[in-house]
Ligand binder design. Structure first.
Ligand SMILES: Cc1cc2nc3c(=O)[nH]c(=O)nc-3n(C[C@H](O)[C@H](O)[C@H](O)COP(=O)(O)OP(=O)(O)OC[C@H]3O[C@@H](n4cnc5c(N)ncnc54)[C@H](O)[C@@H]3O)c2cc1C
Length: 939
């Protein structure tokens, strides 16, 4: 029998006299190497079962000695744990009343104990918006102190008698270890125990290193506050005691590690201890490598495990609350229950395509009556889930759709039906504005308004998800995806700081254009005179000075957005309509804007009312199937397809031109007969505009030189033609591409064109078809004309100029095609193109990493005509990436713009074009069922 035990067997005059002098035990099996000695001080031997017996008694005793507290007074404290129980016992002995302020997280056993000791429990039910439950409890304490006569706040968070209590605790350790201790591990919380030990050590044994054991999700040593399931260590608010200068180091321990530590202590040392003790065990093991051989380490184990029988030592609780626990530990006697299977899915990128994927997945899960828990993790770089970058609703109204309202519809035409009755855009808009739906159909909306519709549809979907489907929204950028056996690990950055890994079984990548850009990389870029991406326009373009000169690369939709942001967005205004529209400068816009592109041609705008046109006749699926000799057949774009496309343009143009002139329709004629009729038509109507596909493609061949007046003339002419709406032969011709493009997509996809002609299409025709078919609404193009007429737009260098940045930061524009030495200097350069994919070099961190980690490879179209790399990635017909080893990654599906190159023209709001989302949703349910049936077979 040792001395202190004999002491303890002496008669004490009160239970409070038995506080302290707790046993210290050598732990024989906790160190993995036996290089160091390990001792544990068991504070559960205190009469109220924890180290807080010391704190509570000392605070009360000191207050009584100081006359701040008298017998019969009321002690008030905020605590849901050991401090409350310590106080309850001490108050009972000392003739004091006790009110304990708790929150709903208090465990049943603690509240039973408090009631049994006769303490009054005051429960706060609502957390404060700022300060949470702790804030609410402290507010309640203050309120009670005011209304309770002769009351005293023991204040474990700020009363200096809290840390001072532990000079004695620490002294006892040195006494037991004959004054030799190298490391002391103490759990954080109020930091009273930690700082008491630290003060004592600094004064008496400065060579001992004190290691604070903190929780993942605690803010004490920095980092964001996070959910912590196991109480006892860590804190969500700063400590009033902590002085990091006294602490040698700290170790953070997760809930899972903490639970594992508790069970290890039980199994290896037969010590049933509380949560913070398990945290210390794990912290020591994590830190052990840094501890010098032969060192002596001691732990303060704050409490015992009996109050944790419902949590850490309860198998059901563990499985429900601590992810991964089933694999990480085995309770003594083995697991009596198994975790119910949970299937984890992620969608990375929550623009329209991610939203479509979510809609299909929910429909499939419901239709197939999936009962298992399915966790759907949604990741998006911005907070506009459903709208993404293009339709975020903090953008200005002048950024318009290039689709009429009637074409916008989140609803899928496919089975199974959606889990909720979603609305078409026009029906939603009509409900929101009170305007009759029929009047809205042919209108163009702002992208912001469409974003509101998309977000509303997103909210309707997630709020109607079945009970077993849990949806988690993460406003984070995914930067890497790695394979770990059968799961995928997602690595994210949050506000450029923390990173975490989430494991999922299956994943949909719908990162859109932004897939090529990384916010993380972008944020590092300083704002300079070279602006390489214009969105969000208000943020990116506001720094451009008034009266400066600006060069803009690209003449597509983004160019229009940028010009409007630099004019209307800077206070300029328009009056009048169509060709009479005038621009009134605000004085804040640049003095001159020099647009330029490869062709120098502006987009052809769109109108709501398109002409009635005949069906396709030459470029039909049937006709193409006749050409296609077998399923492996590759089409030669220039040799086989282009002439058919031209025929459709000509046929449609003249169908409307003939109809306008009251001539006979040409629908049943052969193409050579049609050409004859066209010649006759022009003889009869010599002033009618003649259609030329070549002139549509290279419009300036008709002009002597390329300059601002040529651009203005062509723009005025095009706008007049498009304004004819239903009567416009030009629009009729262009409409051919709208109908051809789905058929063409089938021919183009997965290397359906010969390699050489694939390249020709991508480099020479892709942007041409975009320019004529997907232009802005007419109104925005009239705005461009008005700005041009106001002298702000100057096209002198509009066609393939040479551009260079000078040492002084300015940009020099020079015409490459003219002999003149004319040149212009600009203060800014804006890249207003949406670049085509060029993987892996020009891509976001995520795609760069995907090429490394899961070994994605670029798509190559290879045949006897050559090898063509599109810049996109290699994909299977179901949208799964194919690795360098030729492996199809079935648990990843890519949908939307990132499939560009392998497929064609995914860059729209269309639900039907290259719809990998439906295939994916179906595949996810199959994947889930496969895992379940495999696990049944194993049993
Ligand atoms: C300026 C502009 C105007 C357009 N106008 C029209 C139009 O009028 N009509 C039309 O049909 N189409 C238009 N488009 C095409 C448009 O791209 C599609 O309509 C549509 O936005 C494509 O949807 P998406 O979900 O594939 O991509 P996006 O809408 O780009 O959405 C992708 C989302 O993924 C997020 N993301 C990307 N990388 C990550 C990552 N690593 N981690 C987490 N999140 C990530 C992005 O932040 C974004 O929210 C326009 C495109 C642009 C650029």
């Amino acid at each position: 029998m040792n001395v202190s035990l004999r002491d303890r067997l002496q008669v004490s005059n009160s239970i409070l006299e038995t506080i302290g002098d707790t046993p210290i035990v050598r732990l024989q099996h906790i160190s993995s190497t036996s290089r160091v000695e390990v001792f544990a001080k068991l504070e559960s031997f205190n009469p109220s079962g924890s180290v807080k017996a010391r704190t509570s008694f000392n605070i009360l005793q000191k207050a009584m000695e100081a006359g701040d507290l008298r017998k019969g007074d009321t002690v008030i404290e905020s605590s849901s744990g050991n401090m409350a129980i310590g106080l309850a016992q001490a108050c009972l002995v000392m003739g004091l009343k006790l009110i304990v302020v708790v929150d709903p997280k208090i465990n049943k056993l603690t509240s039973q104990l408090l009631e049994t000791y006769g303490a009054t429990i005051e429960m706060v039910t609502e957390p404060l918006e700022e300060g949470g439950f702790l804030g609410a409890r402290l507010a309640k304490v203050k309120e009670l102190l005011k209304i309770t006569k002769n009351s005293f706040w023991s204040n474990q968070y700020g009363n200096l008698d809290n840390p001072k209590t532990h000079y004695q605790t620490t002294k006892e350790i040195y006494e037991a270890l004959n004054g030799r201790l190298d490391y002391l591990f103490v759990a954080t919380s109020t930091c009273g125990t930690l700082m008491g030990c630290a003060d004592y050590i600094k004064a008496n044994h400065p060579n001992t290193k004190i290691i604070a054991v903190d929780a993942v999700g605690s803010v004490l040593f920095g980092g964001e506050a996070g959910t912590r399931k196991i109480p006892g260590h860590g804190a969500g608010v700063d400590s009033q005691f902590l002085d990091q200068g006294y602490i040698h180091d700290f170790v953070k321990v997760s809930d899972l590690e903490c639970a594992v530590g508790c069970w290890e202590l039980l199994e290896k040392e037969s010590i049933l201890a509380g949560g913070s003790s398990g945290a210390i065990i794990k912290a020591f093991q994590k830190y052990e490598d840094q501890i010098e051989e032969g060192s002596r380490c001691a732990f303060i184990l704050s409490d015992g495990g009996s109050r944790y029988l419902d949590t850490i030592y309860n198998q059901e609780w563990l499985i429900k609350n601590i992810p991964g626990v089933y694999d990480a530990l085995t309770p003594i006697g083995g697991w009596k229950i198994k975790p119910s299977f949970e299937f984890n899915v992620a969608i990375v990128g929550l623009g329209p395509k991610g939203l479509y994927g979510l809609e299909r997945l929910l429909a499939q899960l419901k239709n197939k009556k999936v009962q298992e828990i399915v966790n759907i993790h949604l990741y998006n770089k911005n907070e506009y889930f459903g709208a993404g970058d293009v339709y975020r609703f903090d953008q200005p109204n002048y950024l318009k759709m290039n689709f009429t309202n009637q074409k916008i519809d989140i609803r899928s035409q496919k089975q199974p039906k959606s889990i909720v009755k979603l609305k078409s855009y026009t029906s939603w808009l009509s409900d929101s504005t009170g305007i009759d739906e029929s009047l809205l159909k042919d209108q163009f909306s702002s992208r912001k308004m469409v974003g509101k519709y998309l977000c509303k549809s997103f909210e309707d979907l997630i709020s109607s998800a079945p009970e077993n489907i849990k949806i988690y929204q993460h406003h984070e950028e995914v930067v890497n995806i790695t394979e770990n056996e059968d799961v995928l690990q997602l690595e994210t950055f949050l506000e450029g700081k923390s990173k975490k890994l989430v494991e999922v079984h299956n994943l949909l990548l719908t990162t859109g254009h932004a897939g090529n850009r990384s916010e993380i990389l972008e944020n590092k870029e300083s704002i300079s005179s070279n602006i390489d991406f214009v969105y969000p326009v208000e943020k990116k373009l506001t720094n451009i000075d008034s009266n400066s000169s600006v060069a803009i690369k690209g003449m597509g939709l983004t160019f229009i957005d940028a010009v409007l942001a630099l004019t209307e967005g800077k206070g300029g205004s328009f009056s009048g309509e169509c060709e009479n529209m005038e621009y009134f400068a605000s004085g804040n816009e640049p003095a001159v804007i020099y647009p330029y592109s490869r062709s120098g041609a502006l987009m052809i705008p769109r109108v709501g009312e398109m002409p009635n046109v005949p069906e396709l006749r030459f470029f039909t699926a049937e006709k193409l199937n006749e050409i296609r000799k077998n399923s492996a057949y590759k089409f030669d774009f220039s040799g086989e397809l282009l002439s058919l496309i031209k025929k459709e343009f000509i046929y449609r143009y003249y169908s409307v031109a003939f109809r306008n002139s009251g001539e006979d329709i040409i629908e049943n004629l052969s193409f050579s007969e049609i050409l004859n009729e066209i010649e006759n038509f022009h003889k009869k109507y010599p002033f009618e505009q003649r259609f030329s596909f070549e002139a549509l493609k290279s419009p300036f061949i008709q002009y002597k030189s390329y300059d601002t007046s040529a651009v203005k003339h062509l723009l005025e002419k095009t706008l007049a033609q498009v304004s004819e709406g239903r009567k416009s032969p030009l629009l009729a011709a262009i409409s051919a591409w709208h109908d051809i493009s789905p058929i063409f997509n089938d021919l183009y996809s997965f290397g359906g064109l010969t390699a050489r002609s694939h390249q020709i299409f991508d480099t020479e025709y892709f942007s041409f078809f975009n320019r004529i078919s997907y232009g802005p609404p007419l109104e925005n193009m009239y705005k461009i004309l008005a700005i041009l007429k106001a002298g702000i737009l100057d096209f002198s260098y509009g066609k393939s100029p040479k551009i260079a940045q000078l040492p002084n930061g300015k940009f020099e524009l020079k015409n490459s095609y003219s002999e003149t030495s004319k040149k212009a200097l600009t203060d800014y350069h804006i890249d207003a193109r949406i670049p085509k994919m060029k993987l892996p070099e020009q891509s976001s961190l995520l795609y760069k990493n995907l090429f490394k980690e899961i070994k994605m490879q670029v798509f190559q179209n290879i045949d006897e005509t050559g090898i063509y790399e599109t810049g996109g990635m290699d994909l299977s017909k179901e949208g799964h990436p194919i690795s360098k080893e030729g492996k199809e990654l079935h648990n990843i599906t890519i949908y939307g713009t990132p499939t560009e190159g392998v497929t064609f023209d995914n860059d729209t709001l269309s639900r039907s074009r290259n719809d990998f989302s439906s295939v994916w949703a179906n595949g996810v349910v199959d994947h889930l069922n496969k895992i379940i049936s495999n696990s049944k077979n194993i049993k």
